[in-house]
Each structure stands twice: as structure tokens, then as C-alpha cells.
Write a protein that binds this ligand. Sequence first.
Ligand code: CTP
Ligand code: MG
Length: 409
Amino acid sequence: MSILPVPHTAIIVVAAGSGTRLEAGAPKAFVGIDNHTILRHALDGVFAAEPMQVIVVAPAGYEGDAESELLAAAGDRVDLGRVVTGGATRQESVAAGLDALWGDVTTVLVHDAARALTPPSVIDAVAAAVTNEAAALPVLPVVDTLKRVSDGVVTGAVDRSELAAAQTPQGFPRGTLESAYARAAEEGADYTDDAALFAAAGHAVRLVPGSERSFKITTPGDLERARTLLAAAPQATTEVRHHPGALGLPRVGVGTDVHAFGGDGDLWLAGLQWPGEQALSGHSDGDAVAHAIVDALLAAAGLGDIGTHFGTAHPEYAGAHADVFLSRTRELLADAGFVIGNVSVQFQGNRPRFSARRVEAERTLSAALGGAPVAVSATTTDALGFPGRGEGVAVTAVALVVSEGTRGS
Ligand code: CTP
Ligand code: MG
């Protein structure tokens, strides 16, 4: 017997498409990413969010397979889930899901199973943003420069600041969504997503931040991207799922690094070249400040450490400077659904003298992290220990990161 209160929110996970563009020989939802299918990953994310009714819309003939995935993902929330049969279009599949809503449900989320790696925090943020009148739509800014084209030539420019890329889950007040669906069915109109259908009925749609991780698996290249992400960030997924605190709280991480003097050429430290100063030795440029920051950021996101991602197994990083390490680390965090809050780093050593270049170092490191503030401080150790004897330097960094979807809430 379930002791959970009946939830007022439901999520319809549409998984009834055939996956023509993926060309994987099976309906898309049942294609494996790693040892789990697209549907299983999508449902893992759903069940890591706040408890809600979960309706899986399966292709005809695959209801049993969908049921097995639901059971595996639901854990002790199995009473919240059920499977229904989908239709010929996405819109018909959503309508089949709407028919299965419990009476107490007032907020409905509609989610593509194909957005398999959507962070649970985004699901919760969408549900929280729905009001009696307005829908909630997760979006990402458009980064590409867009052109209007016709017959192989550019016919005009498009102002991308007026555009956003829509994702799912999209959240709606139940009654209004049901009326909008009834109206679309009467008119025989077909919409590509539910926010468009809802807006066409004259209702407001509010934006919430989406996530890079919520991309839709459509082509074989997208499937490859999902595989790479899971291989790079398995820990983050597990931690975000199983530690409820991680959904709402910022996370801190600490990193340290030590390098001995003795490398060739000029010193590279804190992303800056120091002509005339003795170089540090190391696999890359020996930039202990950058390396400590990388470790702090990875630790904060639960993504392992610098050796996991940049170790000697990656010859492409030999001789690389701070900007390469830091911008790649920022990408790893973004892929795992994290935004960098700020970084504080402290250097211990006799040389170089930081005071004259501290602001320059902070700007350089911050730029490599996409603008996140970086504070750099430096101290000597009163002639004690290896930094005091001038044998090398020691650096400590602390980083704060925030899970996407909980920003600003
Ligand atoms: N979907 C659905 N019922 C349909 C068509 C699509 O439930 N009749 C679902 C898909 O399973 C997917 C989501 O809607 O989770 C988004 O659709 P899309 O990415 O286009 O998936 P497919 O239609 O399966 O793929 P394709 O268009 O390449 O055939
Ligand atoms: Mg389709």
C-alpha cells in the first residue's frame, strides 16, 4: 500500500513515435543509450523529480515493454505510474495520455521520452512555474546566427534575441490544456508541440531556463552525444538523482595542486605567461592554479577529478594552457546540468609576485569560465615548507556550482 499523498501534478511521457530519423530498427524509446534504453533514462529523470502521476504513452504492441521500463525506474513509486497506447501523431499520443489523468491532477506536464537526459531539476522547475492561467516552457537561448533563406540564397537576417529553442517537459493548467486539445481536435489542427497548441487557443506561455542536457535524441549523431555524456558524467547523474538536497542547494568543491619548479621555458600560472620566471614542471604547462580550479569545479559537480578527464591518457592536453582546461571543464559541467557560481583560489609560494598581475589573472581565468567570478589571492609561507624553500608552489581552490533549473529560485 502506498502512503504517498495523491499528487496534484502529472507528467505524460510520450514514447509512441517510431524513430524514423534514428533508423535504429526499433521504436526510438526502446533503443539503448548505454545498458539502459532512451525510455528508461527519461523515466529515471522523472522519478527523481517530486512525486507526480506518471503516464507513459507507448507504441501499440509495446505496452508490455514500456511497463517493464516503468517498473524498473519507479522503485517504490510504482503506484504512480501507468502505461497507455499512443496514436499516429504526437498530438494524438498526448491526447491518449490526457484521458488517463487522475481526478485530483491540476497541473499537467508533457514530456518527450526522446529528451532522455533531462535533469530532474528542470522537471520540478517547470511544474513549479505553472499557474492557473499560464503554461511553463523550458527554453535555451539560440546561439547560432540565423538567416532567412530561399532557393539556396540568403533573403534576410533574423534577430536571434527574439528567439528561443523550446524543450520539454512543458507544463500546463490541466483544464485549460484539455479544452485547448479538444479545440485542436475539432479543428483538425496539428501542432508540433503542446505550447504551440496552448498558445493558439489564446493562453499565455511563460519561459523557464531549459538545459543543454535536455536535447532531443533525433538522429544517430544525437544518440552518440547522449552516449558520450553518460560516459563522461555517470556520477553526476547518480548523485543528482539520489540526493534530494542536490536539487535545490548550491554545491561546493575543493581542489588543491602542487607543482615543483623545474619545467622548460617561461612560467605559466593562473592562465598568464610570466617571462623570466622559472617554469613549473608537469604533464601540461604545470599551471597549478588552473588545475586546482578544475579539481574544485569537478568535485562540486560530482564529476570526478582532473585525472578522470585530463590525465596522461589524454595526450591532446600535453602542453595545454589554462584556457583549454577551464573551458573544457565548464563544458563538462554544462553537459551535466551545472552552472558555475564563483571560484576562489589561493596560491602559496615565494615566486612569482602576484600583486601586480592579480586583476589580470582574475580576468583571464574568469573569461575561460564563461564569465564566472574568480578571486585570486597569494601568500608566502614565512619560509616554511617546500613553498617557503622555493622548491615549488601549492594552490587551493574552492568552487560553488548550481544545478540548472534551480537558478534564481
Ligand atoms: N511521439 C509519440 N507518438 C507519435 C509520434 C511521436 O508519442 N505518434 C513521441 C516520440 O516518441 C518522442 C516525441 O513524441 O518521444 C518527439 O517526437 P520525435 O522526436 O519526432 O520522435 P519520433 O516521431 O519517434 O521520431 P521520427 O520523427 O524521427 O520518426
Ligand atoms: Mg516525429
